[in-house]
Design a protein around this ligand. Structure first.
Ligand SMILES: *Cc1c(COP(=O)(O)O)cnc(C)c1O
Length: 368
């Protein structure tokens, strides 16, 4: 959908400070033990879109409930997309976002697939920046902590006909996040689902809430069987490994090769995935984006040709996979714990994200 010709970069944000921000002591308690996704900072950003005005009414507001008409299209037809990225506070006190332009680009690819207006990259980055600056006291004090940012857009028009909405809201909220991957984190156990996450021509490459709604039953099934995550195979041949419910997968071979499934339209193009591909090439690893089957994985893990597997995404960064269970039995990866390449790549990425290592690819976006 075309975006009206507005100079979004010139959109001025109004600021309404929170009248009663969380008291410093209570905030300090949250920041010392933030968990993930349960507490939100004092403010949020809201920007509105309609056909007449394009993007307008950009605001930094007190965090709080929003009102929606019961007929709002998102509540009926799930016209909604989101992003997830992190802001880090460096030892120097500087604050930086990791690759926000990549999130903006993916947000707009998702918007196109869901028939929504694009958010100009400058507006997306500005919205995120404004929120981080308003809530700069909300960075966790625990090692490995970050401020997780959740930009999202939904159809707000009150209309039950089936067509793209004519009104949207773009919001950004922030949640302090702890370190998912404490040192020596246990490797996760995967359940190979018989459900499909995405089909050719579907919305698998878009970061939309609907994909997650469809993954909840398979994920609950994995939990009920005692596993940590669900693994999805391709929907056509039920043979090729695609990804987890919210993380991409990498395979590490004894000969130093790294393989990850290619972006064919049914896999979410992870920014962590892309960053790790670049870092692996920097390390001199042979990197291939190619299809890899569940049968081959089992036989390579058993023969020792494959020594590690890890999952990756913004929230947990890099998570080792230790065990895989499907309808026809289970197999263990390597020693069943985190492998060397997994740990090395994770450390390289985390050091760049936290400003502790040079940033040769220009991924770190300092904002203050
Ligand atoms: C967001 C997401 C990922 C990971 O993407 P990152 O940009 O690395 O956070 C992987 N798979 C799915 C289904 C996702 O929604």
């Amino acid at each position: 959908m075309a975006t009206p010709d507005i100079a979004a970069t010139s959109l001025a944000f109004s600021h309404t400070p929170h009248p009663a921000p969380l008291a410093a002591e209570a905030r300090a308690a949250v920041l010392a033990n933030p968990g993930f996704g349960t507490t939100f900072s004092d403010h949020m950003v809201s920007v509105q879109w309609d056909e007449t005005h394009g993007w307008h009414q950009a605001e930094v507001l007190p965090y709080g409930p929003i009102t929606l008409d019961p007929a709002a299209a998102v509540l009926h037809y799930a016209q909604e997309i989101f992003e997830g990225l992190k802001a880090y506070r460096f030892a120097s006190g500087e604050i930086a976002l990791f690759r926000p332009e990549a999130n903006a680009a993916r947000f707009n690819a998702s918007a196109q697939r869901l028939a929504m207006p694009e958010v100009p990259e400058a507006l997306f980055v500005e919205a995120v920046t404004q929120l981080v600056q308003a809530d700069r006291e909300w960075f966790p004090t625990v090692e490995g902590g970050s401020l997780y940012l959740r930009p999202f857009m939904f159809a707000s028009e009150a209309f039950l006909g089936v067509r793209p909405s004519k009104q949207y809201r773009f919001l950004v909220i922030a949640s302090p996040a702890g370190n998912y991957f404490k040192s020596g984190a246990p490797a996760v156990s995967l359940w190979v689902s018989e459900y499909s996450r995405a089909a050719p021509g579907g919305t698998g490459a878009a970061k939309c809430g609907g994909n997650y709604a469809a993954s909840l039953v398979p994920t609950a099934e994995a939990f009920a069987r005692g596993h940590d995550q669900v693994l999805f195979l391709d929907a056509v041949e039920r043979k090729w490994i695609e990804e987890l419910g919210g993380m991409n997968l990498f395979f590490v071979f004894a000969d130093g090769t790294l393989v990850t499934p290619p972006l064919t339209g049914t896999i979410l193009p992870g920014i962590t995935r892309e960053s790790l591909l670049a870092l692996a090439r920097d390390e001199g690893l042979t990197v291939r984006e190619e299809r890899y089957s569940l049968d081959q994985w089992r036989s390579d893990a058993t023969s020792g040709a494959l020594i590690e597997t890890f999952a990756c995404g913004t929230a947990a960064v890099v998570t080792p996979v230790g065990k895989v269970t499907g309808a026809d039995g289970e197999f263990v990866i390597g020693s069943g714990g985190p492998g060397q390449t997994t740990q090395k790549l994770r450390q390289r990425l985390v050091a760049i994200q936290r400003g502790e290592a040079p940033d040769p690819h220009g991924w770190v976006h300092r904002i203050a």
